[in-house]
Design a protein around this ligand. Structure first.
Ligand code: NAD
Length: 503
């Protein structure tokens, strides 16, 4: 008989009482399920119960839970002195050390202990579920249940389908995940699962941009925060998670996808790791930190020494640029007077390519990224050898209407277009290869990584044609396979279909 995931007296076993196990036990208990915790270390399970009691008490003190609900949750928690004590559990979630051999041993033991209809799930972040299950006889009831740290605050849970996981088990875990107060997404058993894979583009493209000398890490962070609405810039984020965590994860996922260049990181990442600049934890990373751990943010925003331009010429017709220029009050000349700045807002093109394509005077050409939050933060770029006075006068113009202005070096797609297109392309590729549904990919990115938009919906937000154009231009200009557009994106852009349209 199959397990009823909705049954009132559902019992959850948690193996491993560390940071994750504690959180999983807490959300199970607050979700009204009985919980029994086992840990191989003496006293660890009891310490976890004490810890969860104090967390629940704090939640009640903050009026986020009624006192009687808190008492009810606390009464649901118990400890086990051996794995055998988990025999009447309906679901066992393993959250022990990230070691394939030890996990396989625990799963082999558990399948002999629990009832035939019980589900056994792993909270692993990086080991293939099918690889753990390969040690077991009854593989249909083995799946991944991947939570995020800190579990009580992070709403997302990835339900990971191993090669042999039965559909009933996936459905049951979806229901149980909801009972735990989480938002479940159904994910394929592939390197990095959903969130860890989807998060690669943001940081690796930022590392490339900085390595090419286009902008500093602090400028990239400011643009991504202010113009694009990310809660953290990619470099602050890498510092927070630790370079010793995100560099190896990037390498595992890159190799897991057989060196797909779209997932590659850059030597700067490895250099930081080798230098021991691991981020917040070593009080030195891309940023420096004060003794008390406070991040030291260098001033960003380029200094502007010129008066705003009074006349400009448009490089080519652009509604968004014309609207922006109208707000600055600048006169837009019908014909080039041979001395005024020539302004443009290219999609995925650098100033060099643009001036070549249109036969423009590259010295006076200044490009503005009007396609991403320009009123919050304007990014301006020019080709090598550009006339500084022209660039400065356009920057001064932007300062009249924007919260901040950053001048970067010539770059196809500026900073924001380039990073956002890479995030969107990866989201679309994940939809194409069935890592999850496009809707679940979006949920995963927003809840798991706090992205302002899901990575698939981002393509639509930027315009799927524009996103495709940015990638095609990047690919053509750099000659790199890294910018190869996903077929999911290409088809929906060319057919003018909504980006979530299924295959
Ligand atoms: N920490 C995170 O941010 C995070 C996020 C998602 C998933 N994960 C995954 O969750 C799992 C646990 O991570 P964590 O950060 O809680 O680790 P942790 O080191 O805090 O805790 C692991 C616990 O497992 C116990 N343990 C080790 N071997 C055991 C065994 N054979 N039987 C029973 N108990 C055993 C240890 O005594 C320890 O208490 C790992 O697979 C990790 O990859 C971690």
């Amino acid at each position: 008989m199959a397990l009823d995931p909705g049954k009132q007296d559902l019992k959850v076993g948690v193996v491993g009482a560390g940071a994750m196990g504690r959180g999983i036990a807490q959300v199970s208990a607050t979700g009204g399920m009985s919980v029994v915790i086992f840990d191989a270390a003496e006293g660890a399970a009891a310490a976890a119960v004490d810890f969860i009691h104090s967390m629940v008490d704090r939640t009640v003190e903050k009026n986020r839970m009624q006192p009687d609900e808190g008492e009810a949750a606390k009464s649901k928690l118990g400890t086990a002195s051996s794995l055998e004590d988990l025999k009447d559990c309906d679901l066992v979630v393993e959250a022990i050390v990230e070691n394939i051999d030890i996990k396989r041993q625990v799963f082999q033991s558990l399948e002999k202990i629990v009832r035939p209809d019980a589900i056994i799930a792993s909270n692993t972040s990086s080991i293939r579920i099918s690889s753990i299950a390969s040690a077991c006889t009854h593989r249909g009831r083995i799946a991944g249940l991947h939570f995020f740290n800190p579990v009580p605050l992070m709403k997302l849970v990835e339900v990971i389908n191993g090669t042999d996981t039965s559909a009933k088990v996936t459905q049951a875990l979806e229901i149980i995940g909801k009972r735990m107060g989480r938002v479940p997404v159904i994910v394929k058993d592939a390197p990095g699962f959903l969130v860890n894979l989807g998060g690669r583009a943001y940081t690796t493209e930022a590392l490339r941009i900085v390595s090419e000398g286009v902008a500093s890490p602090f400028e990239v962070d400011a643009i991504m925060r202010d113009a694009c609405g990310f809660r953290m810039g990619p470099f602050e984020l890498m510092d927070l998670t630790g370079i010793d965590v995100n560099y190896p994860v990037s390498q595992i996922i890159y190799n897991g996808y057989f060196q797909d260049k779209r997932l590659s990181t850059y030597p700067l990442h490895e250099s930081m790791m080798e230098a021991g600049r691991l981020g917040r934890k070593t009080k030195a990373g891309f940023y420096d930190y004060a003794e008390d751990g406070t991040i030291i943010r260098p001033e960003t925003g380029s200094s502007i020494s010129a008066e705003p331009a009074t006349k400009v010429v448009l490089a080519e017709p652009s509604e968004s640029l014309s609207a922006l220029l109208r707000e600055t009050g600048v006169a837009v000349l019908e014909t080039d007077d041979g001395s005024s700045p020539i302004v443009a807002d290219p999609i995925g093109e650098d100033c060099t390519a643009l001036s070549n394509r249109l036969g423009l005077d590259s010295k006076r050409l200044v490009s503005i990224d009007t396609h991403t939050g320009v009123y919050s933060h304007a990014t301006v770029m020019a080709a090598p050898g550009a006339d500084d006075g022209s660039v400065q006068s356009v920057m001064a113009l932007m300062a009249k209407v924007s919260g901040g202005v950053t001048r970067i070096k010539d770059c196809p797609g500026f900073v924001a277009q380039r990073i956002r297109a890479m995030i969107a392309n990866l989201g679309c590729e994940m939809a194409q290869i069935g890592v999850a549904t496009p809707e679940d990919i979006d949920k995963g990115m927003k809840l798991g990584l706090n992205y302002p938009l899901g990575s698939v919906e981002l393509a639509e937000n930027m315009g799927s044609r524009n996103t495709l154009q940015i990638l095609e231009n990047l690919q053509a200009i750099t000659g790199e396979d890294r910018y190869r557009p996903s077929q999911w994106l290409r088809r929906r852009a060319l057919l003018e279909l909504p980006i979530h349209t299924p295959d």
